[in-house]
Design a protein around this ligand. Structure first.
Ligand code: NAD
Length: 495
């Protein structure tokens, strides 16, 4: 074992008595219960955070509202962009510290924390920074009648909705937190983030860095806690919009709560049961490394990662044999050891959930390889390939969000499309083939917000991302998110 050294500043940060981050400073209410933060690689409690009450949430939301009205919405778009870019600079400067915090709390392999999470956070923030000066309305010529030579014109203004509640899951808390910060701040909104109770620390650190970057106190606030803290945030009359990333059941509850709060704006980025379709012409040797990598990155705990593999029957056996060999040779162990490619699952409840699905598969003799629970400390499960013959199998229907992929053979493309679309989810899918005529005919038929060809799970800030069906409402990135964070005001003039 060759684990990296934990930086002194990381040790100091972890050891702090963490409070909320409100109006540019830590806010600690000694009466609030504490929540343990556990390192999933060791099962040791490494820190505690506050379980935020309605009172703390209200203080944060009120500060965000004051800052929205009096400071951030009045700042020039150019200046807002400069400040977001400065935050991106500071994330680069503090990259190793942030990467280590993610690895310690989420069990993310250190190279993934460094080169995917932190590096992509910087790239995404710079994209949002570049959008601040590109938020536009339009001019319109109305067709109203002119009796005495009067004329009309109309234009639209795009105005920030106000305070955003950004509710973040545990799998990529730093990056998803930064997506919400970038979306809100680039459109002139302010934000109160509620990170996951499992992975709160990196989000608290970003809020601190934002102050160093010159982002006004109160523009980015963080309240920590369980789901109830998120509910208080949605209920706050100072919050105008909810931006949620997480599971479908929580998303539905949040959507209902937002509607009950006088139709509070809501965007939902939810789960998936993503398909990868391998057509008859695929070269298994060529595609396997990239397919495995996109499937098992961060132990498969990626919303867009494939969980259902459809392979043409002529390539089924070759895929199963070769994929099993790759999975069996994957180095598994401490995420702080850069030579491992596979680490622990991120938290105990999730580990139990994945074990439940693996037990179902074991009982029915479906495991082709992997799915072993490793002895000793840490939530380690070896990456699993599971055979599914029936599309009604729970492993084919429900999101496991873990290192478990189901594989099924198909005969022709009509059957393939029916099976892919036979799902309540519609987040992402991929088609693997060099027969571009077939691929181009399949793409419009697939019910998913993103379709990749000969790749999977890659996100880019210039390309919109979001779910169809139960996988979500709204789109992130590009300029697609701007609609969700702004209101259109129509102005009509007679002259
Ligand atoms: P989750 O739904 O359990 O929790 C997400 C967040 O919501 C956490 O901060 C949690 O504390 C909070 N929360 C829980 N109940 C709440 C309530 N009633 N009101 C307000 N907040 C509440 O999800 P998770 O287990 O943290 O994350 C995994 C899920 O997230 C998976 O389903 C995954 O697919 C999804 N996800 C989606 C995307 C995407 O972009 N589509 C990205 C990452 C993860």
């Amino acid at each position: 074992m060759n684990q990296i050294e934990i930086l002194e500043q990381v040790q100091e940060f972890v050891a702090r008595q963490h409070g909320h981050f409100i109006n540019g400073q830590y806010y600690l209410d000694q009466k609030e219960p504490r929540i343990d933060i556990t390192n999933p690689a060791t099962e040791k409690v490494i820190a505690t955070i506050a379980d935020g009450s309605a009172t703390s949430v209200e203080i944060a939301a009120k500060n965000a509202q004051d800052t929205f009205k009096n400071v951030w919405s009045k700042m020039s778009p150019y200046e807002r962009g400069l400040k977001l870019n400065k935050l991106a600079d500071l994330i680069e400067v503090n990259a190793e510290e942030l990467a280590q915090l993610e690895t310690l709390t989420a069990g993310k392999q250190i190279n993934i924390s460094r080169h995917l999470e932190v590096a992509q956070t910087v790239i995404f923030l710079r994209h949002f920074a570049s959008n601040t000066t590109k938020i536009e309305g339009k001019t319109i010529q109305p067709s109203l009648p002119s009796m005495q030579g009067e004329q009309y014109t109309a234009f639209t203004l795009r105005q920030p909705v106000g305070v955003v509640a950004g509710i973040v899951p545990w799998n990529f808390s730093l990056m998803i937190g930064a997506w919400k910060i970038g979306s809100a701040l680039s459109t002139g909104c302010t934000i109160v983030l509620k990170p996951s109770e499992f992975t709160t620390l990196s989000v608290l650190r970003i809020a601190e860095l934002a102050i160093e970057a010159g982002i006004p106190a109160g523009a980015i606030n963080v309240v920590t806690g369980l789901g109830l803290t998120g509910q208080h945030l949605i209920d706050s009359s100072s919050v105008q919009k909810v931006s949620f990333t997480g599971s479908v059941p929580t998303g539905i509850r949040i959507g209902q709560q937002a509607m009950q709060n006088d139709l509070k704006r809501v965007s939902l980025e939810l789960g998936g049961k993503n398909a990868a379709a391998l057509l008859a012409d695929v070269n298994i040797d060529e595609i396997l490394p990239i397919l495995i990598q996109s499937t098992f990155v961060h132990q498969g705990q990626v919303c867009a990662a494939p969980e259902r593999i459809f392979v043409h029957q002529s390539k089924y056996q070759e895929l199963v044999t070769k994929a099993s060999a790759v999975l069996e040779s994957m180095p598994i162990g401490s995420p702080l050891d850069p030579s491992n490619v596979f680490g622990p699952l991120s938290n105990k409840p999730h580990y139990e959930k994945v074990k439940y699905y693996l037990n179902l598969a074991k009982e029915k003799g479906q495991i082709l390889t992997g799915g072993e629970i490793l002895d000793g400390e840490g939530y380690y499960i070896t990456p699993a390939l599971v055979k599914v013959d029936d599309v009604n199998d729970p492993l084919f229907i429900e999101e496991t969000f873990g290192p478990v992929i189901s594989v099924i053979a198909f005969e022709d493309e009509d059957q393939l499309i029916d099976m892919i679309n036979d799902s309540r989810f519609g987040l992402a899918a991929s088609v693997w083939s060099n027969d571009m005529s077939k691929v181009m005919r399949l793409i419009p038929k697939i019910e998913a917000g993103s379709v990749w060809v000969n790749m999977h799970t890659f996100l880019d800030p210039a390309v919109p991302f979001g779910g169809m069906k139960a996988s979500g409402l709204g789109r992130e990135f590009s300029d697609a998110y701007i609609d969700d964070y702004t209101e259109i005001k129509s102005v009509m003039m007679r002259f």
